[in-house]
Design a protein. Sequence first.
Length: 366
Amino acid sequence: MLVHRTKLLAWAAILLFVLCSCAGSTESLGLFGESRLESVLGQDGVSPIPFNDSLTMWTFGDTILGKWKGEVSASATFSERADANAMISNSLAFTPAITGENIRSLHFTFHRENGRVAQFLKLKPGERPERDRLWAVDGLRTGDRVFVYYLRIRITDPGKPFGFRMDGVGLARWSVPIAWSPGKPVEFIRLPDVFPGTSPAFGACVIERMGTVYTVGQFVDGSGVSRVKIARAPIDGIEDRRAYTFLAGDGSWTGIMEKAHGFLEGVAGECSLSYNENTGGYILLYCRIGTGEIVMVTFGDFAELHTARGQTVYAPPALPSDAGDRHAWYYSGKEIFSEGRDLYAIYMHPIEYQPQLIKIRLPHPR
C-alpha cells in the first residue's frame, strides 16, 4: 500500500510539473532602462532595432527633457520630481546588443547635438515643433542602411489628450559610415511618405523574414474599434508604396489597402509581431484598451491569423482612481527581445510616462 501511494504521489508531482511547464507564466520586472533617466525624464515609443552584433539601436517618440529635483524617480508625477523644459518628438539611443542577462541593466547612449539629447528626425522648413511632430516607431537595418518608419503628426488641439491627427507614415534612411560608433553624428534623410494621409499607422512594428519586410499598423474602424492591418514588401522595395501588399481576411495578399482585413480588437497604441524560432510560429503581442491587459496571439502562418484567439498573459496593476484623466490607460504593449522560452515585453505607464518590463515564459512547443 505504501509503495502504491508513493507511486501515485510521484506521478502527481510529474503531472504538476508538466502542466506548469506547458502553461507558461509572466513576471513583472519593473521600470525598463533605468539608465535612460540620466539623459531624459520620460519617453514612449521604445522600439529596438538590431544594429550589428554588438549594438542595439533604440528609437523613441515624444521625449521629455529637463532636470530632476534631487534623486531620479519614476514613481511620482513630473511636477513632483522634475523640472521639465522641453518635449522633442523623437530621440535615438544605442545600447549593447540585448541579451537575457543584460536586459535589466542596459546603458543607453543617446544621440546628442551641442551636448543635449536631440531629434534625429528633423523638421523641414515650414514645419513647426509646436504643431508638427515626427513620432519615430520601428525599423530595420539592411547592409549599411538603416530605415526607420515614423508617424507624421499634426497637433490640432494641444489641450486635449487626443487633439492630434496623423497626416502620413514616413520613412527615413541613414547610410551608416564604415567607421561609425555611438557618439558620432547620425544623419537620417526623410524620404517621401510611404503611406500618405490617415492610413493605418504602419511601422509600429517591423520584422524581416526571408527577404520580406512585414509591418503592422493600428487604425480605428468605422465602428470605433481599434484594430490592426498588416502590410508586407520586398526588403529592397520598402521605399516604394507600390511594392506593398496587404493581408486580407482569407490569408491572401492584396495590393489594395482598403481590402485589407482589420485584425484584433481594442489595440492600445503600438504592438509587436515576431517569428519565434522556439515555438515555430508568429507572435502578435498588444495591450488592450481600458484594462491594460497584455494579450498574446500565436499562429503558424498568416492564413491562420483571422481565426487565432488571443490569450491574456499579464494584467498590470490598476491605475489610481485619482489619475485625473479618464483617458489614462496603459498602452503600447510589445515584445522587445526573446531568448529560448523567455520573451521580454514592455508596456507604457500613462502617468509615469515610463516603459515597464515583463518577462513571459512561453509554453513548451507542442
